[in-house]
Design a protein around this ligand. Structure first.
Ligand SMILES: [Zn+2]
Length: 406
């Protein structure tokens, strides 16, 4: 069954030998030598898309400690660790997490990776090598994450971003809130992005200080640069700390500038609001209002088992479920939550050929769910995953079409 706008439809899907969907129709006849998989009415959807991870940090929870469990504590702890990390160890841990994600239905991941004077390009080069090694199993994009010490001077920041792009970064970003001069930090990022024609993916306002948000600044720079639809604002937690009327004005500006927002419930729930005397805040951005205003909104894993977040499985259905709960979505929003881990991030990452239509890439997830909403509500106990029409996780019994009709 193919998930459709008006509910699942029972259809055949023909996939070409080069991994694209040739045709979707109620009944398709094909040549006798073409292998056929009978999936017996299981649900077929586009594969899941994880738009925000940190594969250079993943699976280090036993190696890097963060005693106070704050964001600043995690950043400091990881800075010390990363300068001595062996590339082969980083790649081993990253691949283990990627494989866990594939098994759970993820067909594309965008990972941030620290670049700067301490770590240099060590992490980026390791992930670029991994991207090649596993290109038949998943689509991996890399964001050069400008570390705070790289931003101490414009020339240093420019140098590290440009060398990262030359080394294979697909996008550039960083966390202005942790720079000594956030506006100068943003100046450099937008300048390099414009000159080198690469998209921007920021960690924006991952804090709850309503007086220190940079949304207006990022919107203005995006419009001045003509970068509409090419800027992502991850977190936007401070938006949740602003009064509703003031937040609504900024949300409208985000919509007009076509800036995508990525909510990251795991890190927000775990790291933010720890100083609260009572009623600790959730830390998420205003997910519901952003969607209602037409802002593209995605949800991602962020950190998986490291000093920032000690838990995580790579299961995006779980992340979507947390978004429903922590983001105060309604029971009628389960479909929207599904889009936040599929079509919305795919569009933000400009994943060519993503979808489930004639001509799309056959990057598909097959489950026993009733429909997309059921995938969010119930999860899926068994998952079969295709990338470019080839099986990368789960099982798929195939037989030649001539045999299957006997
Ligand atoms: Zn992050």
């Amino acid at each position: 069954m193919k998930a459709g706008a008006s509910g699942p439809e029972r259809l055949d899907i023909a996939i070409t030998s080069n991994g694209t969907i040739a045709r979707i129709a109620p009944s398709i006849d094909c040549d006798p030598e073409v292998p056929i998989a009978d999936i017996s009415g299981r649900l077929v959807t586009p594969g899941l898309v994880d738009i925000h991870q940190h594969l250079d940090k993943t699976a280090t929870r036993r190696l890097v400690t963060n005693p106070d469990s704050t964001l600043t504590g995690a950043i400091t702890a990881f800075e010390t660790f990363q300068s001595a990390v062996a590339p082969e160890d980083l790649m081993f841990r990253a691949q283990k997490t990627v494989e866990a994600c594939i098994a759970r239905g993820t067909v594309a991941i965008r990972s941030h990776v620290n670049v700067g004077p301490k770590v240099a390009l060590r992490g980026l080069e390791a992930l670029a090598e991994l991207r090649e090694r596993i290109r038949e199993r998943i689509r991996l994009q890399i964001v050069a994450f400008l570390s705070r010490e790289a931003g101490y001077s414009a020339s240093s920041a420019t140098h590290w971003l440009e060398t990262a792009i030359a080394a294979g970064a697909d996008a550039i970003g960083g966390a202005p809130a942790h720079a000594d001069n956030p506006e100068a930090f943003l100046d450099v990022i937008f300048d390099v992005a414009q000159r080198r024609d690469v998209p921007i993916d920021l960690h924006l306002d991952e804090h709850l200080d309503s007086t220190a948000h940079r949304i207006r600044s990022v919107v203005g720079r995006t419009e001045a640069a003509g970068f509409q639809s090419r800027v992502i604002a991850g977190h936007c937690s401070a938006l949740g700390a602003l009064p509703r009327v003031e937040a609504a004005k900024l949300i409208e500006r985000l919509a007009v500038a076509r800036i995508g927002v990525v909510t990251l419930p795991a890190a927000n729930l775990y790291l933010l609001g720890r100083g609260a005397d009572r009623l600790a805040p959730r830390g998420l951005t205003r997910v519901k209002e952003l969607i209602t205003a037409g802002v593209p909104v995605a949800a991602g894993s962020d950190n998986i088992q490291d000093a920032f977040v000690p838990v995580g499985t790579g299961d995006l259905l779980e992340i979507a479920r947390w978004t429903v709960l922590a983001g105060h979505l309604n029971s009628t929003d389960l479909g929207a939550a599904f889009r936040m881990i599929t079509s919305a991030p795919a569009q933000m990452m400009n994943l060519v050929g993503y979808g489930i239509d004639d001509g799309s890439r056959a990057d598909l997830l097959i489950t026993e769910a009733e429909d997309e909403e059921d995938m969010i509500a119930s999860g899926a106990t068994e998952r079969t995953v295709l990338l470019g029409g080839k099986l990368v996780a789960g099982s798929l019994a195939t037989a030649l079409s001539a045999q299957s009709r006997n």
